[in-house]
Structures are given as C-alpha cells and as structure tokens.
Design a binder for this molecule. Sequence first.
Ligand SMILES: NC(=O)CC(=O)C(=O)O
Length: 257
Amino acid sequence: MRASLLQIDVNPYESVDSRRDRVAGLVRAQSGADLVVLPELWPTGAFAYEAFEEYAEPLDGPTAAVLSAAAADASVWLHGGSVVERAGDGTLYNTSLVFGPDGRLERTYRKIHRFGFDKGEATMMGGGESVTTVALPDAVAGLATCYDLRFPELFRRLTDDGAQLLVIPAGWPARRREHWTLLSRARAVENQAYVLACCSAGTHGGVEQAGHSQVVDPWGEVLAEAGEDEEILTVDLDPARVAKTRADFPVLRDRVL
Ligand SMILES: NC(=O)CC(=O)C(=O)O
C-alpha cells in the first residue's frame, strides 16, 4: 500500500483559490499512490482565525468539489486534510474529508479536541463527537486531527475500532515540533499501528508551521520524515505488519483497564 503525504506550504502570499488549484494538481500527480493525505485546514492555514468565517464552507463546498475531482482523476483514496465546515445551523467545525477513488465523499470527521485554551479554535468552533474510522481496501484508517494527537484515549478507541493506520493531518506550530514528532511516534508504539502524520509548512497567522510530516511504522520506526518546507513523502506500507507486530509482541492483549 503506497501512501503519499503532501506537506503543503500555507503561506498567505497565495490565495485560497490558487492554493486549491495547486493542491489539486499535486493530488493528480500522485496517481501511483493508494492513499494521499493533506494537512489540517490547508486552504487557509490552521491559525488564520480571522479567515475562518470568510472561508467556512458546507461539506459540498468549493474545497470538497476540487478534492473530489482530483481524487477521481488520480484514482486514489484522498484524505483531504480538513476544512472549516459551516454546518446547517451555522456552527463551524474543523472537519476532515475522505474521498474514494471515484471521487465520492466516503467519510467526514469533526475534530474532537479543539485547540486554543479559551480562545481561537476552542471558542470559534464546535467539537466533534464521533470516533471515526474508514475501511480502505487494504487497511482500516482511524481519523484524528492535530491537537487530538495529545489525547491517547482517542487513539485507543480508534484501535479498539479496528484502526491499523492512524491518519493525522495537522497545522502544528514549529515551536512545539518536538511534541509533534514525539507524540506521533508514541501513538504508533502504544497502538502498534502505522501513523501517517501530515503537517503543513510555511507561516500564517504569525505561526511558523512544524513541517516534519512523518510516517511511523507499528514498531515506532520512522519510515520517512519531511523537512521544514513543502515536500511530498511517499512511503510503501505493509498493513500485515500491524497484525504481525501485535502478535509478536502482544502488549495490547495485556491491557487491564
Ligand atoms: N494546533 C493544534 O491543534 C495543536 C497544537 O498546537 C498543540 O501544540 O497541541
């Protein structure tokens, strides 16, 4: 199973419209992959709070349309990162979109843990309530977004629900890069699952992004790690390694609580 993580530069010198077109072109170029992953809130950047209202969109909005067409053209499963969703009642959510290779929207996931400590996302957005997995042809993927990474109980729930890959789009700040890479590895080790952690690059809303997207295997080895600039990571995964790791070192079986 081949996965491509697109670590997108979210600098505000590029308009949202032109970034959508550029990202769609990058997705189309990944036609050899089985799964393509984009970062959190890549159209605006995760810390561009002032742009959330302006660019909020319904689940069939302009970003979804562009991503759906790109997934179908490349014939790939596409985790389209997240967008600012405006729900029917006007509430905003940080919502991930997963498309099948025919361009159909197969799954959405509203970020459960909102970042900001009484400001920013934490006050502007509603929190998701559903622990969400999606069955890909070769593996079950568990969905989480950025700040969710700090909450191991979510990942244990995803593992209990059958997740073999943990897919985590993010707009993680560079000043906490060590936490980003450390926690991504920790979630892989403790759940004996692949972690596909896809961050953005660049600076927006005054926040430099961590980059350093990475793919970690179920033993905690980093199979690939990006640098700080826009970059594409392409990695071959073997979903059978998840069951093998869990059988060879059956720590999950020894859970007491
Ligand atoms: N931006 C986030 O969602 C999470 C974050 O910044 C963190 O440090 O955690």
